[in-house]
Design a protein around this ligand. Structure first.
Ligand code: GLN
Length: 192
């Protein structure tokens, strides 16, 4: 069984643990640098990206995380997607540059900052998984404003990319760990 690390400093890492198990993986809650050697891939959960960054530095995990992403698959949801971007705005902050994307934080504004909706995934997603709409929970989500040439969009919401892959890495600006649909976590497990 594939071992999927879940960065467990802050945010909804427990829900990802359950989602990984539903998708057929073994969840490993990562809090120490040594644990990067035991896992096949890593999930960076949703939460608060600024706080997560501070904790990554405080716990001395930044270098091991950067080295891990340079050779192994990483899946970031919401705050995790922000950490994986090349550039971050609103406000600007440090990021890991695992994917060639630019993201704007809290980009849906205050009025509709959280919602549950249904997405029609792109054929690239459905060909690899199964047909059907994808329920998506957005919580103070970022918007992906720039896509590099190596990226592939797997689902959009109101025209904006919300599920994007680049080689071994994936980001979602919504929270697939909060719904019972396993397909997004299965897609990540296929990369390990
Ligand atoms: N708004 C948060 C941030 O900017 C992300 C929200 C989330 O992960 N649900 O980090």
């Amino acid at each position: 069984m594939k071992k999927v690390g879940i960065l467990s400093l802050q945010g909804d890492f427990e829900a990802h643990g359950k989602a990984v198990e539903r998708a057929g993986g073994e969840a490993v809650f990562v809090r120490e640098p040594e644990q990067f050697g035991e896992i096949d891939g890593l999930i960076i959960p949703g939460g608060e990206s600024t706080t997560m960054l501070k904790l990554l530095h405080y716990e001395g995990l930044m270098d091991s995380l950067a080295a891990f992403g340079a050779r192994k698959p990483v899946f970031g949801t919401c705050a995790g997607a922000i950490l994986m971007a090349h550039e971050v705005s609103s406000p600007q902050q440090e990021s890991l540059d695992f994917m060639d994307i630019g993201v704007e934080r809290n980009a849906y504004g205050r009025q509709i900052d959280s919602r549950v909706t249904e997405l029609d995934p792109e054929p690239e997603f459905l060909d690899r998984t199964a047909p059907g709409k994808l329920e998506a929970v957005f919580i103070r989500a970022p918007i992906i404003r720039r896509l590099g040439a190596q990226t592939k969009v797997l689902a959009r919401y109101r025209g904006d990319p919300v599920l994007v892959e680049q080689g071994r890495h994936v980001v979602a600006t919504f929270h697939p760990e909060l719904t019972s649909d396993r397909r997004v976590h299965e897609l990540f497990l296929e990369k390990l």
